[in-house]
Design a binder for this molecule. Structure first.
Ligand SMILES: Nc1ncnc2c1ncn2[C@@H]1O[C@H](COP(=O)(O)OP(=O)(O)OP(=O)(O)O)[C@@H](O)[C@H]1O
Length: 290
């Protein structure tokens, strides 16, 4: 028996409300070829923003699925997931109003064709009756800061674009659902402002776990879990040098976004505008580092 399956980890919590959740612990299992994971224990605490990085097929989605499924040595990875240091009670999985986890992927959708404001008001009345009017506004405002394309309240949920849907799903889970644990699987491809999203999310004390291929999200996280061949291989905390680099990566990213916008607007790219954007980027990087 492995050392981390200690007696205390086998305790089951009697019952738990969303506000009682303080931490999630992952106890390592094995990788795709049965190799034992080098990282045997990871603790995610309230307020943490964490990224999972690694090449395609390295097991990033399998890792967040373990969190979502309350893994208890019963998934292909053999991992275990604990809440507040103990095995979560089964009722958490069965009752959506008690489940502390919201998983949002590129394929998650709302199953409703109601107008946006009607849907949000209905959800808010069920989840947070006493403050439902103000939180609907807060939710829409938050979603609109995440997406480049403002959401029109009267539009039906099914008319939302992919980016708007992802933004509203996140806002709804954070504010109305009040989920303490949010798992976000590659949402960066869905028209969400990444740097801004992280800044905004940090205003809410939650555990945010990003599966990401985006360097900006990975470097802005509190730490990153590096996956390899289905296993958690390393945990990396950003150091001072990375804190400096992130500023430059942000500028490179902004440059790419500018080019993308030009393409969207039907412009033809030219060497001249590439050169002028690159030299503006280089001179602002020099100013920052001097
Ligand atoms: N520890 C493991 N043991 C057994 N199978 C695993 C393990 N980890 C991942 N797998 C399997 O390997 C395949 C690829 O894993 P996964 O989809 O999680 O990779 P990924 O890093 O999310 O890939 P992508 O970046 O392409 O989305 C899946 O079929 C998954 O079930």
């Amino acid at each position: 028996m492995s050392v981390f399956f200690s007696h205390s980890h086998n305790k089951e919590q009697p019952s738990l409300t969303l506000d009682d959740v303080h931490s999630v612990t992952l106890l390592g299992g094995h990788g795709k070829v049965g190799q034992k994971e080098t990282v045997t224990e990871v603790k995610l605490e309230m307020g943490n923003v964490v990224s999972i990085v690694g090449p395609t097929g390295s097991g990033k989605t399998a890792l967040i699925n373990d969190i979502e499924l309350f893994a208890n040595s019963n998934t292909p990875t053999g991992r275990r997931m604990l809440i507040n240091g103990a095995t979560p009670p089964e009722e958490l999985m069965d009752d959506p109003s008690k489940n502390p986890i919201a998983l949002i992927t590129q394929h998650t959708n709302f199953l409703s064709d109601l107008p946006v404001d009607v849907f949000l008001r209905m959800h808010a009345k069920i989840r947070r009756a006493d403050e439902h009017e103000t939180i609907v506004e807060e939710t829409l405002d938050f979603a609109n800061q995440l997406t480049g394309e403002p959401i029109i309240q009267g539009n039906s949920m099914t008319e939302l674009s992919g980016g708007q849907t992802r933004a509203l799903l996140i806002a709804d889970a954070v504010i109305i659902g009040n989920s303490p644990i949010l798992l976000l699987d590659e949402i960066e491809n869905a028209g969400i402002h990444r740097g801004r999203a992280l800044e905004l999310l940090r205003n809410y004390q939650k555990i945010f776990v990003f599966v990401t291929h985006d360097p900006r999200i990975a470097l802005l996280s509190d730490f990153r879990i590096v996956m390899s061949r289905g296993a958690m291989e390393k945990i990396i905390y950003p150091d001072e040098e990375e804190a400096i680099i992130i500023d430059r990566i942000g500028k490179l990213d902004d440059l790419m976004l500018r080019f993308r916008k030009r393409l969207w607007e039907g412009e033809r790219l030219s060497e001249k505008n590439l050169d002028s954007d690159l030299s503006a980027l280089l001179s602002s990087s020099k100013e920052t580092s001097s």
